[in-house]
Structures are given as structure tokens and as C-alpha cells.
Design a protein around this ligand. Structure first.
Ligand code: LRH
Ligand code: MN
Length: 388
């Protein structure tokens, strides 16, 4: 049986990275429903991220998105974050919202547009220098909508050239995380559509290029934990963008739509000894809270990852391995399901108390008065958001 103090120690050291854009207004192409008290500046987004960390104890990092989080002085912003008890994590580039990128960014047929896009990626590395961030996170909306619209092979050549130039600019402690997505906003071909394409480009680039698995970016029915196991074995798994979905890239709270899938993913992480921060995997949330209160939604999401992790840590690895070696199909499945069917909420309440935290972060947030305070304080100005 797994030793409980080891499990508790692993849970105390878990690190989850929350997305600055998860605190801002977001929506769909149909509507963005603005909410009261939403941050108006990167500093206010950091305040909200710091609140999530204060209540959960395991969310000490906030990812930024450029230009959504552009400021005049990123070194000052990093200092401000440190003063709030959090650090700035991945820097997300954005080459998907400029009018010039209608036919793509780094894969665009026009070399001038490609030049502009690469320029932004290099600017993001300068931001990393100022914030002390390790990760440059790249997601490209690039693709085509109709067969014949462009040469699929030449687009891969353009992508490889842009990635190589960006990779060569990275500092030795920095790395590039390449995210893939099956479709949207492109609806015929996407230039980085799946893990294999990202993996191949990362192999070609070098050790500091790794794959990001966004749990909402796969075809329905994809066995994501297989991709996790494969990339871990190849030492090419750099990060997760955690969220959940019922249909497409719904960006719902992680674990909300499919908590069993999240457990199976965390089981591969634990089994691959990749949970500890030193293993270098960034566990990020990438979500949009279109109708629900944003800070409680992120607290709930952090707790969902924690619950899946606790269950994965409770898997009786010896019993599982013995059953697998014996070809005991039902025994092996039962070893996993016993852990999954374990109610870990009392264990997590203990862990939080050991960390000097309230056992119920959601209740603690409601009692804190933070929600009322930000609604009162954040009046006027432009609420941050996708359409801001
Ligand atoms: C693309 C994506 C990417 C981010 C964006 C906010 O769908 O997952 O990770 O840049 O969402
Ligand atoms: Mn993502």
C-alpha cells in the first residue's frame, strides 16, 4: 500500500500554473458576457492569481499572454508578482489576432508577414528575459479552410524555419513549448494539428523544444494518456494546458467534463515520476469562464487537479504491476479503479490544514470578502478580455 506521508508530501509540493486570461472576460463568437470585478490590468490579474494561491497553496505561478498582458516594465511586473507571493510563468505568444494573420502567421505565404510573426516570437523572448520566465509557449492558429488554398508541405517548411530562428534565440535556461490543436479557427488543415507534428518539429529543434498537451485539442475519443506516456518516455513532454470539454475546444474547468480522464492522465504522470517540480513539466490551466465566477472556477479547477493527483498517488503500484505481469486483466483494472473510487477529499483537507490553509478553499474564498472588494474597487477603466 502507498505510504500516506509520501502521498501528502507530493501533494504539498504540487505546482499549478494559472492563466492570466482565465481571470478576464471571455466568451464565444456569439457573445462575451462581461462580469463585475474583472481585472483591468496585468497587476490586477496577478492579484487574483495570488488569491488563488493563498487559498490553495499550490498555484504559485501565473502564465501571461502577449499582448493581452503587455506592460511598459515587465521587470517591475515580476517584482510586483513576487510581492504578491507568485511568480510569472510561461509567456504565451499571440500571432492569431492581428489582421495581417488572415492566411496565417509563421506559415503565411507572404515572407513579410512571416517576418512580422517571428518578430513577435522574438519579442516574447525579451519579455522572458525581464520576467525570468523559463517557458516560451507557442500556439499557432495557422491553417487553411479549403483544399488547395495553400501548399501544405511548404507551410511546414515555413513553420520549421520560423521555429528554428526562434529556438536559436532562446537562452540556455529557456525552452520552447509547442502546442498542437486539431482544428479551429482553421477548418480544413491546421499546421500543427496533432502531437505527432509537434513532436517531430521538437525533435528536429533540440532538447529545449517540448510538446504542450492541451486536453481540449484532440479528436473525440483520443486516448490522451497514451500521448502522455509516449512523450514522457521520449522526454518530450513539456507542459499541459488543462481544461475539459464535452465536444470541441470548450475550455471548461479541468475535470468537470471527464474527471476519470484527468485521473488516467495523472496516473501516467505519477507512474512516470513526473509530478515533482524537478521533472520540469508545467501543469497549466488554460480555461475560459464564460458564465461562471472566474476566481472560484479556478480554485475549483486547482482542486480538481489535486483530487485526480491524490487518487493517482494512491494507486497500489505493486499490486498493479503484479496483476499486469500476471495478465490478470480484471485485477489490474481493479487496482486502478480502487484508487479512482477513493474519496480523497478528507485527505486533501488534511493536507491543506498541514499547510496552514482552510480545508475548504471555496468556502474560504466566499468568506474572504475578496469578491465584494474587487467589485467595489474595480469600477471604471477597461475590463480585460479577449475583445478588449
Ligand atoms: C488555443 C489555446 C492556446 C492559447 C489560447 C488562449 O486554443 O489553447 O493555448 O494561446 O487557447
Ligand atoms: Mn491551450
Amino acid at each position: 500500500m502507498t505510504d500516506l506521508s509520501t502521498v501528502k508530501a507530493a501533494l504539498r509540493h504540487q505546482r499549478i500554473e494559472t492563466p492570466s486570461w482565465g481571470y478576464a472576460n471571455s466568451g464565444t463568437r456569439f457573445k462575451v458576457f462581461p462580469q463585475e470585478g474583472v481585472p483591468r490590468t496585468p497587476h490586477e490579474k496577478i492579484d487574483d492569481a495570488a488569491t488563488v494561491h493563498r487559498l490553495t497553496g499550490i498555484a504559485p505561478v501565473v502564465a501571461l499572454h502577449i499582448p493581452w498582458d503587455r506592460v511598459d516594465d515587465f521587470t517591475e511586473l515580476a517584482k510586483y508578482a513576487a510581492g504578491q507571493g507568485v511568480e510569472i510563468g510561461a509567456i504565451n505568444a499571440n500571432v492569431f489576432q492581428d489582421n495581417d494573420y488572415r492566411l496565417g502567421s509563421v506559415c503565411h505565404p507572404d515572407p513579410g508577414i512571416r517576418r512580422k510573426a517571428v518578430g513577435h516570437l522574438l519579442d516574447c523572448i525579451d519579455v522572458m528575459e525581464a520576467t525570468g520566465s523559463r517557458d516560451l509557449k507557442l500556439w499557432f492558429a495557422d491553417g487553411t479552410n479549403y483544399p488547395g488554398q495553400d501548399n501544405l508541405r511548404q507551410r511546414q517548411d515555413r513553420l520549421a524555419t520560423a521555429l528554428q530562428e526562434t529556438y536559436d534565440r532562446l537562452g540556455e535556461h529557456q525552452r520552447m513549448l509547442l502546442e498542437y490543436k486539431l482544428f479551429e479557427p482553421a477548418f480544413y488543415s491546421t499546421d500543427v494539428p496533432d502531437w505527432g507534428t509537434s513532436f517531430a518539429h521538437c525533435l528536429q529543434l533540440g532538447t529545449r523544444a517540448q510538446v504542450v498537451i492541451d486536453t481540449g485539442h484532440h479528436a473525440p475519443g483520443t486516448n490522451i494518456e497514451f500521448i502522455v506516456a509516449f512523450l514522457l518516455r521520449a522526454e518530450k513532454l513539456g507542459a499541459f494546458d488543462f481544461n475539459s470539454r464535452f465536444y470541441a475546444d470548450d475550455d471548461l474547468m479541468v475535470g468537470a467534463a471527464d474527471p476519470f480522464q484527468l485521473f488516467r492522465i495523472m496516473h501516467e504522470i505519477v507512474q512516470g515520476d513526473a509530478l515533482r517540480p524537478a521533472a520540469g513539466i508545467a501543469f497549466m490551466l488554460d480555461q475560459c469562464h464564460n458564465i461562471e465566477a472566474k476566481i472560484p472556477a479556478i480554485i475549483r479547477s486547482v482542486m480538481n487537479v489535486q483530487e485526480a493527483t491524490a487518487k493517482a498517488l494512491l494507486v497500489d503500484a505493486r499490486a498493479l504491476a503484479a496483476a499486469q505481469e500476471a495478465g490478470d486483466v480484471l485485477g489490474a483494472n481493479a487496482a486502478l479503479m480502487d484508487a479512482y473510487n477513493t474519496d480523497v477529499r478528507p485527505l486533501l483537507a488534511d493536507v491543506r490544514q498541514d499547510m496552514g490553509l482552510d480545508p475548504d478553499p471555496i468556502a474560504a474564498y466566499s468568506r474572504s470578502g475578496y469578491a465584494e472588494r474587487i467589485c467595489a474597487d474595480r469600477v471604471g477603466g477597461q475590463a480585460a478580455g479577449w475583445d478588449a
